[in-house]
Design a protein around this ligand. Structure first.
Ligand SMILES: [Fe+2]
Length: 360
């Protein structure tokens, strides 16, 4: 598989990973040839890149940490949950949140992530403008559990509560005017003030209108608090922010930075991680951050990178023990000529090579 920018993609290439809509329904399956019409449509939907099948890249695998089925069941459950609480008065008796479906998918996320030892996020969860909201909630949940599970101090029940808290952290947005939530562009200060209310609304919904534990509800309330006390709504500092929310905050910010939005292109994982590091001790708990950056590949498999030698290469495989120095396949000479016989370099054992930049 190869990660390719849509701007440089020729029609006729086959998709390497499926494309889903905002309800978790399949739109285009893996292996489907992208005609020029589909290519145009993918750009309109807001994708800037996709994974494709490509000659010479057949053996490069992009493995998700949870199954596609789990991801899409979660998207569907969260989309239904949002719809079930949308509109009306949060305090009205008519609003109620069924915890059954989301609890079921939270369990699956935890099962997928804890079944096979320490795992690494080695793919970019590509999204469109339309499927962003729910796929973001699900990926925030996946990243939270992936990171927290690696610490080894949380029980399966605690991980499930974190998964639920992360998935439902933005549920309060169901009660923010839709034109603000779906605005294609940056929010004005007034709109931002409205948007900030989603934390309190979400907390109340989860606390009073569902059978969720108060700790799960507290993630909705606290996921925008910052470690130095400069966040909202209560300017809580450090350990006053519950540990669940300290993990969710990292996953939430990282996933939003690395996703395409109507007003900005996604940042490559490396840049998203650098941004998180800049917030160590101010926005984020340094200990949680360390676990996070130890489990997210800055150069995911199938990405194209430029080496310090000037050679272009593709990332073949990442190793969780040394995630900044993957195995790469060199594709060109230093002056950009395509090699007839590409060769592989393991950066972990060849310190003379470094990655200079990564193609978006
Ligand atoms: Fe939020």
């Amino acid at each position: 598989m190869k990660l390719i920018s849509l701007d440089s993609m020729e029609p006729g290439k086959k998709l390497g990973r499926p494309i889903y809509n905002e309800k978790g329904t399949l739109l285009l399956g893996a292996g489907v040839a992208v005609s020029s019409r589909y290519l145009r449509r993918l750009k309109e939907m807001g994708y800037s890149s996709v994974y494709i099948e490509e000659k010479g890249y057949e053996d490069i695998e992009v493995n998700d940490v949870v199954s596609d089925k789990t991801r899409m069941e979660a998207v569907s459950a969260i989309s239904e949950t949002f719809e079930s609480v949308r509109g009306g008065d949060v305090r009205s008796d008519k609003v109620s949140l069924d915890r059954g479906k989301v609890t079921g998918v939270a369990d699956k996320i935890v099962d997928d992530l804890t079944g096979s030892g320490d795992q690494l996020m080695d793919l970019i969860d590509l999204k469109s403008f339309d499927n962003y909201t729910f796929m973001h909630s699900v990926n925030t949940s996946v990243l939270t559990v992936l990171t927290a599970a690696s610490v080894g101090q949380f029980t399966a029940m605690e991980l499930r509560d974190m998964a639920l808290g992360a998935m439902l952290a933005d549920i309060g947005k169901a009660h923010i005017p839709i034109e603000v939530v779906q605005k294609k562009g940056r929010l004005t200060p007034d709109e931002f003030a409205q948007m900030k209310k989603h934390v309190q609304i979400g907390y109340e919904l989860l606390l009073h209108k569902s059978q969720m534990k108060p700790l799960v509800a507290s993630v909705a309330l606290q996921h925008h608090e910052y470690y130095n006390g400069s966040g909202y709504p209560n300017s809580l500092p450090g350990e006053k922010i519950h540990i669940y929310s300290r993990y969710v905050a990292l996953a939430d910010v990282y996933d939003s930075l690395t996703s395409d939005r109507s007003y900005k292109r996604r940042l490559p994982p490396l840049v998203g991680l650098e941004y998180l590091k800049l917030g160590s001790g101010t926005h984020f708990d340094p200990a949680c951050l360390e676990h996070f950056i130890g489990h997210v590949a800055p150069y995911p498999a199938a990405s194209t990178v430029l080496l310090n030698t000037g050679e272009k290469a593709v990332v073949v495989k990442n190793n969780i023990k040394n995630i900044g120095r993957p195995q790469v396949r060199v594709l060109t000479t230093p002056d950009g000529k395509e090699l007839g016989k590409p060769f592989e370099v393991n950066l972990a054992s060849q310190p003379e090579y470094t990655i200079q930049s990564v193609q978006p």
